[in-house]
Write a protein that binds this ligand. Structure first.
Ligand code: ATP
Ligand code: MG
Length: 576
C-alpha cells in the first residue's frame, strides 16, 4: 500500500485518529483538568531518522494543538548500547525540527522509584526471582499455540524473593544468573503476559548512573511507569508495541499509579530507505557511508547536511497522517514536499557542473559587462544581483551536441539559443583535441538581444545557464542518488544481507565545476537552486578545508535534489 498521488496537496492538518482520541478525552475530561501531556521517548543508541520525525511531529504537534506539553525522555535502560554522543545529537535534531520540550527526562532518573515499585510488587506476591537461564526461560515460555510452563522458582516465598532481589541489587550475583519476573499468567494467550522479565543483572557502566546499578529494568517495566511519573496522558508509540499494551496497563494498575494510556500508530516506512537505527549503525560501523551525517543517510543529521529543511519535513509528516495499519510511503512524496519548499526559499544561481568552453568570436576583445538577474523569480522580495558576462563563458557539456538527436533544442552547429538574461548566441564551429573530444565551441552573439530577447521578436527554443570563464570560481559538487537500489531494501535472498542492495553509484563527486562568483559567499545553511541543475547547499567540508591555491578556499556543494528533467525522461523512453 502506498500513499496517494503526492501532487494532490494535502491540507496541513489531515484527519488523524490520534487527534480524535485526544479531542474526545479532553471533551469527556478523562484526566480531569490536567493538560494533555505527551513525551517523545528515544533510546539513545543511534541518531534519529525520518521515522522518528513522524513520531516527534505527532508527540509535540498534537500536544501543541491542545495547549499541552511534551517531554523529551531518554529511554536509557540499556547501558551496553547507549552513549552521550547520541543524547546530544537527539537533542539537536529535535530542536532543528522546530520543537522545544517542556522537561528533559531520563528513564535512568527513575531507577530508584522503579526499584521501590518492584519491591512493592514482590511484597504483594506479584513478582518473583527466577534462577532459570535465559534459554530455559525461553523454553518455558511456550508458543502462540501452546501455553507456557511455570518456572520451578515461581512459588518462592515473599521473604526469599525480597532477600534475593536486594542481593541482586547489591551485586552479589553474576550477569544472567537470575532475573526478577512479574507473576502474571503462564497460560495467557498473549506471550508478553507470561511472567515477563522485569529486571536483569548487568554489571555495566551506565552513561549517567555510572556503576550505581548492576540490575537494569526491561523496556516494558520502565516505559509505562516513566509515563506515569511524568503524568503522561497520551503515550503514543508504533504498532509493534500493541501486543505490549496489556502489560503496560498491568504494571500501572498493580502498582496503583497515574493511569497513562498507550496508543499505537503506524510506523513510517519509506521506499528505497532503511529506517532502523540498528541497520543504520551497521552502515556507519562498516564504513559504507562517511558517518551518521552522511548526506545519503535517512538520519535527520544526514538529510540536514544534504539540504533538507525542517519545514518540508513537517509538511510531509502532516500530509502522511497516521493510521492503524502499517504501509509504505513513496520517497517521491517526501521529495515533492522538499522541492516545493526549496522552490520558494532557494536563491537562484548559475553553476556549470561539467563545463565546456564557449567562445563568442564577435564579442569585443577585453570587454566585460554585468547583467541583472532575479534572485528568486518565486519571490520578488529576494531582489536581483549583477552577474559578470564576457566573451568566454562555460556552458554544460550536455547543452551542446555536434550531431543533435531529434527533439534536441539546445546548442548545436548553426542553432541559436538564449544565454539566460544575457544574449542570443549561434554556434559556428568546434575545436577538438587529439582524442576527438570537443574542447571549445565557437559562436557569434546578437548584440541587440541583450537581456535575453531580440527586438525583431525572433524565438529560440532553449535557454541555457552559463558562467563567465574569467570570473568563475571552481567547486567540488557531490551528486547523491538513492542509497539502495531496491524500493524495499530488505528484499534479499535468504541468508543475504540488506547491504547487497546498496547502490554502488549513490555518490558521484565532480571536481572542477564552475560557479558564478557570488557563490564564494555561500554560507552553511543557505539553499540554492543552481538553475536547470537542482537544489544545492554548501557542505561543511568546505569550511573545514580551505586550500590555499584557489582564492575563495575549497568549496563543496551537495545536491539536495535534482529538478525534474523532462529531457532525461524522453531520452530514457527512447532508449538513447
Ligand atoms: P529503530 O527501530 O530505528 O531503532 P526504535 O523504535 O527502536 O527505532 P526509539 O528510539 O525506541 O527507536 O524510538 C523513539 C520513538 O520513535 C518511539 O516512540 C518509536 O515508536 C518512534 N519511532 C521509531 N521509528 C519510527 C518510525 N519508523 N515511524 C514512526 N515512529 C517511529
Ligand atoms: Mg527501540
Amino acid at each position: 500500500m502506498t500513499n496517494a498521488n503526492p501532487e494532490i496537496q494535502a491540507a496541513p492538518t489531515l484527519p488523524n485518529f490520534l487527534r480524535d482520541i485526544i479531542a474526545e478525552d479532553v471533551r469527556t475530561k478523562k484526566y480531569g483538568d490536567a493538560v494533555v501531556q505527551t513525551r517523545f521517548p528515544p533510546e539513545p543508541n543511534g541518531y534519529l531518522h525520518i521515522g522518528h520525525a513522524k513520531a516527534i511531529c505527532l508527540d509535540f504537534g498534537l500536544a501543541d494543538e491542545f495547549g499541552g506539553k511534551t517531554n523529551l525522555r531518554f529511554d536509557d535502560t540499556n547501558p551496553a548500547k547507549e552513549e552521550q554522543e547520541y543524547v546530544d545529537s537527539i537533542m539537536a535534531d529535535v530542536r532543528w525540527l522546530g520543537f522545544e520540550w517542556e522537561s528533559l527526562c531520563y528513564a535512568s532518573d527513575y531507577f530508584g522509584q522503579l526499584y521501590e515499585w518492584a519491591i512493592k510488587l514482590i511484597k504483594a506476591g506479584k513478582a518473583y526471582v527466577d534462577d532459570l537461564s535465559a534459554d530455559e526461560i525461553r523454553e518455558h515460555r511456550g508458543t502462540l499455540t501452546e501455553p507456557g510452563k511455570d518456572s520451578p522458582y515461581r512459588n518462592r516465598s515473599v521473604e526469599e524473593n525480597l532477600d534475593l532481589f536486594t542481593r541482586m541489587k547489591k551485586g552479589e550475583f553474576p550477569n544472567g544468573s537470575r532475573v526478577l519476573r512479574a507473576k502474571i499468567d503462564m497460560a495467557s494467550p498473549n506471550i508478553n503476559m507470561r511472567d515477563p522479565v522485569m529486571y536483569r543483572i548487568l554489571h555495566a557502566t551506565h552513561h549517567r548512573t555510572g556503576d550505581e546499578w548492576c540490575i537494569y529494568p526491561m523496556y516494558d517495566y520502565a516505559h509505562g511507569q516513566s509515563d506515569s511519573i511524568e503524568r503522561v496522558t497520551h503515550s503514543m508509540c508504533t504498532l509493534e508495541f500493541a501486543d505490549h499494551q496489556p502489560l503496560y496497563r498491568w504494571y500501572i494498575e498493580n502498582i496503583g499509579i497515574f493511569p497513562s494510556q498507550q496508543i499505537e500508530f503506524d510506523r513510517l516506512n519509506l521506499t528505497y530507505t532503511l529506517l532502523s537505527k540498528r541497520k543504520l549503525l551497521q552502515l556507519v560501523q562498516e564504513n559504507r557511508v562517511s558517518g551518521w551525517d552522511d548526506p545519503r543517510m535517512p538520519t535527520l543529521a544526514g538529510i540536514r547536511r544534504r539540504g533538507f529543511t525542517p519545514e518540508a519535513l513537517r509538511s510531509f509528516c502532516a500530509a502522511i497522517g497516521t493510521s492503524r495499519t502499517n504501509g509504505t510511503t513513496d520517497i517521491e512524496m517526501l521529495e515533492y514536499y522538499q522541492r516545493d519548499d526549496l522552490n520558494h526559499r532557494a536563491s537562484r544561481a548559475m553553476a556549470v557542473v561539467r563545463p565546456l568552453k564557449l567562445v563568442i568570436d564577435n564579442y569585443p576583445a577585453g570587454k566585460e559587462e554585468m547583467v541583472e538577474v532575479a534572485n528568486n523569480p518565486e519571490d520578488p522580495s529576494a531582489g536581483t544581483r549583477q552577474v559578470p558576462f564576457s566573451g568566454e563563458i562555460y556552458i554544460e557539456q550536455d547543452d551542446f551536441r555536434e550531431v543533435p538527436p531529434p527533439k534536441y533544442y539546445r546548442l548545436s552547429p548553426g542553432k541559436e539559443v538564449r544565454l539566460r538574461n544575457a544574449y542570443f548566441v549561434t554556434a559556428q564551429s568546434i575545436v577538438k583535441d587529439a582524442a576527438g573530444n570537443i574542447v571549445e565551441v565557437h559562436c557569434t552573439y546578437d548584440p541587440l538581444s541583450r537581456g535575453g530577447n531580440s527586438p525583431d521578436g525572433r524565438k529560440v527554443k532553449s535557454t541555457m545557464h552559463w558562467v563567465s570563464a574569467a570570473h568563475a570560481i571552481s567547486a567540488e559538487i557531490r551528486l547523491y542518488d538513492r542509497l539502495f537500489i531496491k524500493a524495499n531494501p530488505s528484499d534479499v535472498a535468504e541468508g543475504e544481507d540488506v547491504l547487497t542492495n546498496l547502490n554502488p553509484n549513490s555518490l558521484e563527486v565532480i571536481t572542477g565545476a564552475k560557479l558564478e562568483p557570488s557563490l564564494a559567499n555561500a554560507k552553511l545553511g543557505d539553499h540554492y537552486q543552481f538553475e536547470r541543475v537542482g537544489y544545492f547547499c554548501l557542505d561543511p567540508d568546505s569550511a573545514a578545508d580551505s586550500t590555499p591555491e584557489s582564492t575563495p578556499g575549497r568549496l563543496v556543494f551537495n545536491r539536495t535534489l535534482s529538478l525534474k528533467d523532462s529531457w532525461a525522461k524522453i531520452e530514457k523512453k527512447s532508449g538513447a
